[in-house]
Design a protein around this ligand. Structure first.
Ligand code: BT5
Length: 290
């Protein structure tokens, strides 16, 4: 079955390649485009067994089974969004991948749309209180025990939110919770430029972290701030969750309190109304109506 792009153009891969300023990510045969796939994350993880090199980018115009966390769905409008996965082999912990990818999305939005986005713990990118992008990090290990990670990123780029909502059959209507870059910046956005910028930001932070682990500074070189500390601080600074009264849904249980801080591992420190400080490693944060 052909891809029904409903009058919109598919990704222009040549334009993307012309604009790519990365060293490895998506360069040459590390860029794979498919008009439609089940899920770029699933495909990238399958490809990891044949092509384990870091920086392989899988791109699509439409997913038939886009994945969110814990079995949830990621909805897209064919031909309008950014839907990609990057194969990585981090020497560092996956929580830092959540940080560098969400920061890269915030930075690309600022560059391309001149709009300030923020991060909702742990991995949603919001404009105002509406979700514009989601991130799904999945990991596995190869036969030598080394980690393979797939960083999946979905960004609502063009079209209005009503159109996006039409593509979903979700209990919570996306019209109430989501937005698109076109809606917030008032004009259509080049997906090719956005992807080029996004990959550049992710590659820069990724290699800085890889090098921090493999290299000690040579004698006589200036000792700079370690990249991991800078990234943690920037991520913390972009977390719109901090200081807010929140609820955290963890399966069937709900915790509430004030999001006081995050620790070095990205865990959320929640001050419960009883005064107790609890560390949250997973869950869905909601902001009750103010
Ligand atoms: C995420 O999960 O936000 C991760 C989304 C990752 C999507 C990318 S696309 C490329 C790659 N390939 C994949 O198959 N996935 C990745 P989570 O935090 O669990 O949020 C999922 C929830 O967000 C859903 O239950 C909906 O409520 C909401 N949602 C779904 N689609 C949305 C959209 N397009 N915009 C805003 N919210 C959406």
């Amino acid at each position: 079955m052909g891809l029904d792009l409903q009058g919109v153009s598919p990704l222009d891969i040549e334009a993307l390649q012309r604009n790519l300023q990365t060293q490895f990510f998506g360069i040459g045969d590390r860029l794979l485009y498919f008009p439609t796939v089940e899920s770029t994350n699933t495909l990238a993880m399958q490809l990891a067994y044949e092509r384990p090199e870091e920086g392989l980018v899988v791109l699509t115009d439409s997913q038939t089974a886009g994945k969110g966390r814990r079995g949830r769905r990621w909805v897209d409008m064919p031909g309008r969004n950014v839907l990609l996965s990057i194969l990585l082999r981090p020497l560092f912990s996956p929580y830092m991948l959540v940080m560098i990818t969400s920061l890269a999305v915030v930075d690309a939005i600022a560059d391309i749309c001149q709009v300030a986005a923020s991060i909702k713990w742990p991995n949603d990118v919001l404009v105002g209180d509406r979700k514009v992008a989601g991130i799904l990090i999945e990991t596995s290990h190869d036969s030598s025990g080394r980690m393979v990670a797939i960083a999946g990123i979905g960004v609502n780029v063009n079209g209005g939110i009503e159109e996006l909502a039409e593509h979903s059959a979700m209990q919570v209507p996306l019209t109430a919770t989501a937005t698109t870059l076109e809606s917030v910046c008032g004009h259509t956005v080049s997906r090719e430029l956005f992807i080029a910028r996004l990959l550049q930001y992710i590659e820069k932070s990724y290699f800085a972290l890889q090098q921090e682990i493999t290299k000690l500074p040579a004698v006589g070189t200036e000792i700079t701030e370690p990249s991991s500390r800078m990234i943690r601080e920037r991520w913390r600074g972009q977390l719109a969750t901090l200081g807010r009264t929140i609820t955290v849904q963890q399966g069937n249980s709900v915790l509430s309190g004030i999001a006081e801080d995050v620790d070095d591992s990205g865990e959320l420190l929640l001050r419960r109304h009883s005064g107790e400080l609890v560390s949250i490693t997973w869950g869905d944060v909601e902001y009750p109506a103010r």
